[in-house]
Design a binder for this molecule. Structure first.
Ligand code: AMP
Ligand code: MG
Length: 601
């Protein structure tokens, strides 16, 4: 009998339902201050009879509305009210109404009325009224507050209608739990925090990532890198600036420099010229100026520059007709980076901007963490080496190349172990060798149910291994373990599943190991340009292409066929569309998160 309801907000909503006369408003009047005392900021939504009004005839706002304003917003410094004339059928939906609230200013919405909706509710029940119980017909009733020992049909949380503090406790717990769920859905790759991971159960992507990260220790060894080779390395110590940047106060423009005089900056005698890399050592008196080039040090006693385009110079004098502000067009010494300040914090991956910044401070070498060493091999008798003839039943190895490519983007030292035949002895030897040389070992294939035993047996001989079921598509089976000190990732065999699981599990692990402080992938909201189907309880990673639409909004559409063997979908796409476990369907126009992979970081 309930009608669908989806909370459009990023804060929890809870309803209160009861037959009239039960004392809903009486309770809410006591409950609201009790919740406020516990620090919850509240919004209330109330369903009213059809012709209610909150305005008073004769007030300006009332008259303006009656004169035809569809919306009337009346405000003072203590309160504002938005009234909207909306005489159409059907009545506005609860989601529409909720969207009108300032959700950043409140923690939970209490809803009175709208009792037919599939909205989590607390039922209020007074036994002496002899009314039927709502929760018997509404499965969205989460708790019932009653005033006697009424028999309850189902196992449901029972509260005491006369115990406001107990009801407030319940609402606070609900708000906290719902907020956690909402936050998880907002950030679909985050795991609910705090609980132990049981790897014999199906794991969410976030749980799998967190569990893997708990095994990852950042590499401690630090080495010096030449500044010209520093890009993509991870800075191991804070870069403290030995100099001011800029070193000297200088001109931001080509123009004329002079000492600002209150009210009299229109005409100067030009007594010299300063070029970048030179200085002007003469005295400059009030009423005198020097011609100056961008980047040239400002001479002593001079503090203001006017640009050449606004100047007329003739016969050794310059005049300006512009309004001049003291200190304009001047870059102060140290305004970008002050001497002895931390110019770049450690544990950041050095991009071109960071490289340039470090160079601008004069560093010829910088301390960086050692690169992770990663061994990679493929398994499977059907897998053939590119450049060699393809056997009649074979496929060329692509996984090793996507994996090695992604590793090189992460600036790892890659150890290519080639294709290992499906034989336990060969695999054991390869693993043993890799375990001695590498920090991480990555294989692909051989972890699905059919051939799991084979990789499993080899790994059990030389290390430890867990086979995890991850609630994701593509990329369900994942093997994770250790060989000696090295971490082992057994990725699936299908080429798209390999890349998707690398991005989710291997990349954050390697970034953490490499010393980066921020190793989690970035997700960006985009508008779905088409419908996407998923399944509840599983994170779906569709390949998508995001771009700005003609309204200037980021929009994403599918690359087409999504089979986990269709590697061309990764080529066509520039992102993964991440549909979280809690979402079964995304409609065109909804917001989804995308994980860009074009730059793979
Ligand atoms: P598996 O998990 O070993 O059963 O492999 C699943 C699918 O991925 C099979 O169709 C394999 O042929 C394919 N596959 C396995 N390894 C590779 C590889 N290195 N390159 C391309 N495809 C592979
Ligand atoms: Mg195989």
């Amino acid at each position: 009998m309930t009608e669908p309801f989806v909370n459009p907000l990023t804060i929890p909503v809870i309803g209160f339902c009861a037959y009239s006369g039960t004392g809903k408003t009486t309770l809410l009047k006591k409950l609201i201050p009790e919740l406020n005392r516990r620090g919850l900021r509240l919004a209330c939504v109330k369903h009213a009879h059809h012709n209610f009004d909150v305005d008073i005839p004769g007030k300006d706002s009332y008259e303006m509305r009656h004169a035809g304003a569809r919306q009337m917003l009346v405000a003072s410094h203590v309160r504002w009210a938005l009234m909207t004339e909306d005489k159409q059928e059907p009545a506005p939906s609860l989601p529409h109404l909720l969207r009108q609230l300032e959700q950043d200013e409140v923690d939970i919405v209490l809803v009175e009325g709208f009792k037919k909706l599939a909205l989590p509710k607390i039922e209020l029940h007074r036994a002496s009224h002899g009314k039927p119980l709502i929760h018997e017909v509404d499965e969205y009733v989460r708790a019932i507050a009653c005033d006697d020992a009424t028999e309850l049909a189902v196992d449901i949380k029972r509260l005491d209608l006369n115990n406001v503090e107990q009801i407030a406790d319940y609402v606070c717990d609900y708000a906290k739990q719902e907020q956690q769920k909402i936050d998880c859905q907002r950030l679909p790759l985050e795991a609910p925090c705090g609980c132990e991971t049981d790897t014999s159960k199906t794991l969410s992507v976030g749980e799998g990532v967190n569990h893997i990260l708990s095994f990852v220790e950042p590499l401690a060894e630090v080495e010096e890198a030449k500044i010209e080779l520093a890009v993509n390395r991870v800075l191991a110590k804070d870069a403290v600036s030995p100099i001011n940047v800029p070193q000297r106060t200088n001109s931001a423009m080509d123009g004329y420099a002079f000492k600002y005089q209150n009210g009299d900056n229109n005409e100067f005698e030009v007594i010299g010229e300063v070029l970048a890399g030179h200085s002007f050592d003469g005295d400059i008196n009030p009423g005198q100026a020097v011609k100056i080039m961008t980047g040239a040090a400002l001479p002593a006693n001079v503090d203001t520059v006017e640009i050449r385009e606004l100047a007329q110079e003739s016969e050794g004098r310059v005049t300006f007709n512009s309004a001049i502000k003291a200190g304009q067009h001047v870059r102060q010494a140290g305004e970008d980076i002050a001497q002895d300040s931390c110019a770049l914090a450690k544990q950041v991956r050095i991009g071109p901007a960071e490289q340039g910044l470090l160079a601008s401070l004069g560093f010829g070498h910088i301390p960086v963490y050692r690169k992770p060493k990663v061994a990679v091999f493929s398994t499977g008798d059907e897998v053939c080496q590119p450049g060699q003839p393809l056997s009649g039943v074979g496929i060329y190895d692509s996984n090793r190349y996507t994996i090695m490519g992604m590793l090189r983007k992460l600036d790892c030292d890659v150890l290519d172990l080639g294709i290992i035949e499906d034989r336990q002895q060969a695999l054991e030897e390869a693993l043993q060798q890799a375990g001695e040389q590498a920090d991480v070992i990555i294989s692909s294939g051989g972890v699905s149910v059919g051939d799991a035993d084979f990789v499993k047996m080899a790994l059990e001989q030389v290390g430890s291994i867990g086979f995890w079921k991850i609630a994701m598509r593509p990329g369900r089976p994942l093997a994770f373990g250790q060989v000696g000190k090295a971490l082992f990732f057994g990725l699936p065999g299908n080429p798209v599943a390999v890349m998707v699981s690398f991005l989710q599990f291997v990349q954050p692990a390697i970034r953490k190991m490499a010393g980066e402080a921020n190793y989690k992938p970035n997700l960006i909201p985009a508008i779905a340009a088409e419908d996407f189907r998923s399944r509840l309880g599983r994170t779906e990673f569709s390949r998508g292409h995001y771009q700005l639409n003609d309204k200037g909004q980021l929009e994403v559409r599918s690359t087409g066929s999504q089979g986990s063997g269709i590697l061309s979908s990764m080529v066509k796409g520039n992102c993964l569309i991440v549909i979280p476990e809690s979402v079964a369907q995304v409609a065109s126009g909804d917001t989804v998160y995308v994980q860009p992979f074009a730059q793979l970081l």
